[in-house]
Every structure is written in structure tokens, then in C-alpha cells.
Design a protein around this ligand. Structure first.
Ligand code: ATP
Ligand code: CA
Ligand code: CA
Length: 423
């Protein structure tokens, strides 16, 4: 299940990897950022910069706690992408690397990827397979163009692509991306939707015990869930989904999901789901230091106090502060501008009682021969609409239809318990 993290601090089995990732990002990103801005050139998309870190340091890299190599891919392209995503360069580095604290998710996907949150919960580092890494480099130009032409795109915002190589030869590829969910709001229900039903069910016992888990298509249908958007928001949202999946389909991508987190304004933050997450960042912060807030009140300022209270560790003083408004960049995006999300509306387009946090995630699966084989195999026993491994255009169509029929302006009730018992 998502959102339950383990703090990665010294002694944790992945501490060295996390330390190396963050050190590499800090040096690589600040090196590129220190230069005068310039227009991108075609070679920027294929470029890579190599850094060798060791305990003594050299003229290119400062000394580090461990020996490792770091590769920064297409740094200029990602610099420009971060600009398009309205990220302040200094904020990015401070949030990610001013203290070497991440929290690791208990492997939420089947793929074996690891997920880490930055300490302010704003960024996610996802380790990816070598083939996904290669694929992102292949599609980077199209991705960049799409982001440029679609300022309100719903697809994952990639901020960096890197590789760490440990002394004994292991290579770890990873991306940095946006966390769709805000730190200051409880997410009462989460769904990962692909538009197919086969194998797309989370055992109902899990949500009844852990409301923070991520449910799937079948759980969504069983609860009669919908995205509560009136005609105006429906139209804007569907137009963007269509533009985004047209890109994914044209690039031969499938297996992506619509990630939907729902905050019920009438419940507010009283469940204190966020509090347990915040405590992950600092063991010195006990739960009572992060009071839950009532309806409509944002506790972002409290989060800031808590995070700041831990004091500086590893960056120089000029970088000790956290961004003054950590989520300001979100206000630039149509779908993330209602308190970090997209607020429900009724049939009269009037604001309703929920905020949706939505994005299209897991974009790096190419419809390769493996998926083709899965399609042939599963296709023998199941109808096309049920299996998830279908060619990209079919995948996109089915995905779109599922979302289109899943939007209704009707009042939404989040049912916390399953509607019927599993057989
Ligand atoms: P698989 O390939 O088995 O589906 P994966 O390892 O590629 O898994 P993802 O599908 O990218 O992982 O993500 C798994 C889960 O992690 C999602 O269902 C969601 O709960 C959470 N997650 C992923 N990306 C984000 C994001 N940008 N913001 C918030 N949560 C996310
Ligand atoms: Ca996935
Ligand atoms: Ca995946």
C-alpha cells in the first residue's frame, strides 16, 4: 500500500544508495543550473554527464562519504522541463537534498521499483528498469514537446533522469517526478485505474483495514465511484486526457494508469492520515506536534514549521531554508490549482465537497514483444476488454472510455467499507 514509508537514515540497508542518489543530484543539478540559460539544441537530448565521487574529492566533484559514479542524463532538457513545470531551481535542490532524508515506500508496484519521497513529500524518486530508462531517453524529445505544448498535461512530470553505479558494479537507474498527493490533505481513497478488469482488483479486506491502500478498477466499479465533474470541468479534463493518451499511444506506450486520490472536504484531516506520514520525516517530531486541522483550513504552515525545526545538516547556510510556499508551482496548473488538486463540481458547475488529485502515471512501458506475448496468451481465454496487455491504440481507447463513463456530476459518497463480502 502507498503512503506508508520507512525512513531511510544511516544504517538503513538503502541508505548508501539514497545518499549517493541525492549527492549526485545535488552536484549534477547545481552544476548545470550555475550556467547561463540557453536554448536547447538537438544534442542536449542525448547528452550525459559523468561524475566520479570518492572520499577525497577532485576538481570536478566534492568529496563524498562513499565511492560511486553518477550519470546525469540530458541535464539541460530537464532544466528546461523543470522551468516548464514552474519549479524554482533552488527550491528543487533544497527540497530534495538539503538533508539526506527520504522515506521509502514498501514497494507499491509489482515491477520491483523502489519509491522514495523527498522529506517535504513533494518529490518522488522512482528506481526504474534499464529498459524503461533507455525508453525515456528515446522519447524525451516528444515528451518535452508535449509538455511545452500542453501546459496542463496530466502525465507524470519528470524532473531528472539519473544513474548511480556502486563500486561493485550495480547500476541503479532512477527518475525524479512529482508527487500527485499533497502533504497537507488526507487522501481518503486512492485508485489506480487502467480501464480493464482482469487482475485489476485489490482484495476488499485490505481497504477495510487500511484506508490508505490503492484500490483498482474492480473496486472502483463495485463502489460505483465516479469523478464528480460538472459539464465545464468534464470537458476540460477529457480534452486533456485525450491529448495526453494520444501522445502515449503514438509512442507505443501502454500499461499506464490514472491515479486518483480523493479528499473529502467534510471529513477534512481528522483521520490524521497525514500526521503519520509527516512523522516519517523526523523521528523527533511526535504526532501531537502536527495538529489536524478542520474543514477548509490548510496546515501547510505547520508542516513547514515541523520540517524546519529539525535544522540544517549538510548544505551551506544559504540553502537551509525550505521554499516559502512549497506548493506554489501547483497553482500554475489547471488540474492542480484547487488546493493542489481539482475540486469536484456539480451539474451547475458549482464547487462540491471533494478534491481530486489526479494524474497519469507509470508511462515507461513500451508495448514490446513481452507484452505482445502476454496479449496472445491471455487473449486465448479472455475477451480483449478484460485483459490489460493490448496494443497501445486499443489500450488508449479503453482507458479513455473508462474515464469518460466514470465522470458524473452526481453527489459523491466515499464508502469506507466494501459494499459486499468477498466470496
Ligand atoms: P507496476 O508496473 O507493477 O504497475 P510500478 O513499480 O511501475 O508498478 P507505478 O505503477 O508507477 O509503479 O506506481 C505504483 C503506485 O505508487 C501507484 O499505484 C501509486 O499508488 C503510487 N504512485 C506512483 N506514482 C505516483 C505519483 N506520481 N504520485 C503519487 N503516488 C504515486
Ligand atoms: Ca503501474
Ligand atoms: Ca510499471
Amino acid at each position: 500500500c502507498v503512503l506508508v514509508g520507512t525512513r531511510v537514515s544511516e544504517g538503513h540497508e538503502n541508505y548508501v544508495t539514497a545518499y549517493n542518489m541525492l549527492t549526485g543530484i545535488r552536484v549534477g543539478v547545481s552544476r548545470c543550473q550555475a550556467k547561463m540559460d540557453r536554448a536547447l539544441t538537438p544534442t542536449d537530448f542525448g547528452s550525459r554527464h559523468k561524475y566520479t565521487f570518492d572520499i577525497t574529492g577532485n576538481e570536478l566533484t566534492p568529496s563524498a562519504k562513499y565511492d560511486f559514479k553518477f550519470k546525469d542524463y540530458a541535464p539541460w532538457v530537464f532544466r528546461h522541463l523543470r522551468q516548464l513545470f514552474h519549479l524554482d531551481a533552488a527550491d528543487y535542490l533544497v527540497s530534495l537534498t538539503s538533508k539526506y532524508i527520504l522515506s521509502e515506500l514498501d514497494s507499491p508496484g509489482k515491477s520491483g521499483s523502489f519509491f522514495y519521497f523527498s522529506r517535504d513529500y513533494r518529490f518522488i524518486i522512482k528506481t526504474i528498469h534499464r529498459s524503461e530508462h533507455k525508453f525515456l531517453r528515446e522519447i524525451l524529445y516528444d515528451y518535452y514537446e508535449h509538455v511545452k505544448n500542453n501546459p496542463n498535461t496530466l502525465i507524470s512530470q519528470f524532473y531528472g533522469l539519473h544513474r548511480v553505479k556502486l563500486p561493485f558494479g550495480r547500476k541503479i537507474h532512477f527518475v525524479v517526478m512529482n508527487n500527485l498527493f499533497p502533504p497537507h490533505r488526507d487522501i481518503h481513497q486512492t485508485f489506480d485505474l487502467k480501464g480493464s478488469t482482469l487482475g485489476r482488483e485489490l482484495n476488499e479486506e485490505i481497504p477495510s483495514q487500511n484506508p490508505m491502500c490503492t484500490m483498482k478498477d474492480t473496486n472502483w466499479l463495485r463502489r460505483d465511484m465516479h469523478l464528480q465533474f460538472g459539464p465545464l470541468k468534464r470537458q476540460i479534463f477529457l480534452t486533456q486526457v485525450k491529448a495526453d493518451i494520444d501522445l502515449l499511444s503514438s509512442l507505443g506506450i501502454m500499461d499506464y494508469s490514472l491515479l486518483v486520490g480523493i479528499h473529502d472536504l467534510s471529513r477534512g484531516n481528522r483521520d490524521k492520515i497525514r500526521n503519520s506520514i509527516l512523522s516519517v520525516y523526523d523521528p523527533n517530531v511526535s504526532h501531537h506536534q502536527v495538529p489536524s486541522t478542520g474543514v477548509g483550513e490548510s496546515n501547510a504552515h505547520l508542516l513547514r514549521q515541523v520540517v524546519n525545526s529539525t535544522g540544517p545538516v549538510s548544505l551551506d547556510r544559504s540553502c537551509n531554508r525550505l521554499p516559502s510556499n512549497q506548493f506554489m508551482e501547483r497553482s500554475n496548473f489547471m488540474f492542480y490549482s484547487d488546493d493542489g488538486g481539482f475540486q469536484a463540481t456539480d451539474e451547475m458547475n458549482q464547487p462540491a465537497n471533494h478534491i481530486f488529485y489526479i494524474g497519469i502515471i507509470d508511462l515507461l512501458t513500451k508495448y514490446s514483444y513481452v507484452k505482445k506475448a502476454e496479449h496472445l496468451w491471455k487473449g486465448i481465454n479472455h475477451s480483449e476488454s478484460a485483459i490489460s496487455a493490448v496494443p497501445p491504440p486499443e489500450y488508449a481507447n479503453r482507458f479513455y472510455k473508462f474515464i469518460e463513463t466514470g465522470i458524473k456530476p452526481n453527489h459523491l459518497t466515499l464508502k469506507p467499507v466494501p459494499m459486499f463480502k468477498q466470496q
